[in-house]
Design a protein around this ligand. Structure first.
Ligand code: HEC
Ligand code: HEC
Ligand code: HEC
Length: 127
C-alpha cells in the first residue's frame, strides 16, 4: 500500500515551494516591486559579464578577498583582458558609487545584509 501520510506531507511541501513567491511577498510586504539597481558609471561593462556578476558577484568578492589577504595578489584580469585592482571599496564602489541605489536595492529585496561594511568603507553616495 501507499504511505498516505508521506504523500500528503510531500504534497504540502510541494505546494509551499511552488507558491513561495506569492506568500513570501505577502509576508514581508516590501517585496512587491522588483529591484531596480541603478548603473551610474559611464563605463560600459563590469569586471565580468553582467549575467555572471548578477549570479556570482559574492563568489567573486570572496575570491578577491582571499587572493589579496592570503596570496598578496592585488591585480585581477577580467575575461575581457582588462586589469582591475581587487578592492571592494576602491574598485566595485568606484564604478558603483551609489551603494544604496545599487547594491542595497537588490539586497533589501532578497533580504540579505552583507556584513562587509562593518570594516570596509562605503564611499560617499553619488547619484
Ligand atoms: C572584520 C572586518 C572585515 C569584514 C567584516 C570584512 N572584511 Fe574584507 N577585509 C578586511 C581586511 C582587514 C582586509 C585586508 C585589507 C588589505 O590587506 O588591504 C580585507 C580585504 C578584503 C578584500 C581585498 C582588499 C580590498 O581593499 O577590498 C576584499 C575584496 C574583501 N575584503 C571583501 C570583503 C567582503 C565581500 C566582505 C563581506 C562579505 C568582507 N570583506 C568583510 C576586513 C574585513
Ligand atoms: C569599470 C566599472 C565597474 C566596476 C569596477 C565594477 N562594475 Fe559592476 N557593473 C558595471 C556596469 C557598467 C554594469 C552594467 C553592465 C550592463 O549594463 O550590462 C555592472 C553590473 C553589475 C552587476 C549586475 C547588475 C544587474 O542589474 O544585474 C552587479 C551585481 C555588479 N555589477 C557588481 C559589481 C561588483 C561586486 C564589483 C566589484 C567586484 C563591480 N560590480 C565592479 C561597472 C563596473
Ligand atoms: C542584481 C541584484 C544585486 C546587485 C546589484 C548586488 N547584489 Fe549582492 N547579492 C544579490 C543577491 C540575490 C545575494 C544573495 C545571494 C544568496 O543568498 O545566495 C547577494 C549577496 C551578496 C553578498 C553575500 C552576502 C552574504 O551575507 O552572504 C555580498 C558580499 C554582496 N552581495 C555584495 C554586493 C555588492 C558589494 C554590491 C554592489 C557593488 C552588490 N552585491 C550588488 C544581488 C545583488
Amino acid at each position: 500500500m501507499y504511505d498516505t501520510g508521506k504523500i500528503i506531507t510531500g504534497l504540502i511541501v510541494f505546494l509551499c515551494l511552488i507558491t513561495f513567491p506569492l506568500w513570501y511577498d505577502a509576508f514581508t510586504g516590501k517585496a512587491a516591486t522588483k529591484p531596480e539597481p541603478k548603473i551610474i558609471t559611464k563605463e560600459k561593462q563590469c569586471v565580468e559579464a553582467t549575467p555572471y556578476m548578477r549570479d556570482s558577484h559574492m563568489k567573486l568578492l570572496i575570491q578577491w578577498r582571499d587572493r589579496v589577504v592570503r596570496e598578496k595578489m592585488y591585480s585581477y584580469k577580467g575575461s575581457d583582458g582588462k586589469n582591475y585592482t581587487m578592492s571592494l571599496t576602491k574598485t566595485c564602489l568606484n564604478c558603483h558609487s551609489n551603494k544604496q541605489q545599487f547594491c542595497d536595492q537588490c539586497h533589501n529585496y532578497v533580504g540579505v545584509t552583507p556584513t562587509c561594511w562593518n570594516c570596509h568603507i562605503i564611499p560617499e553616495e553619488k547619484s
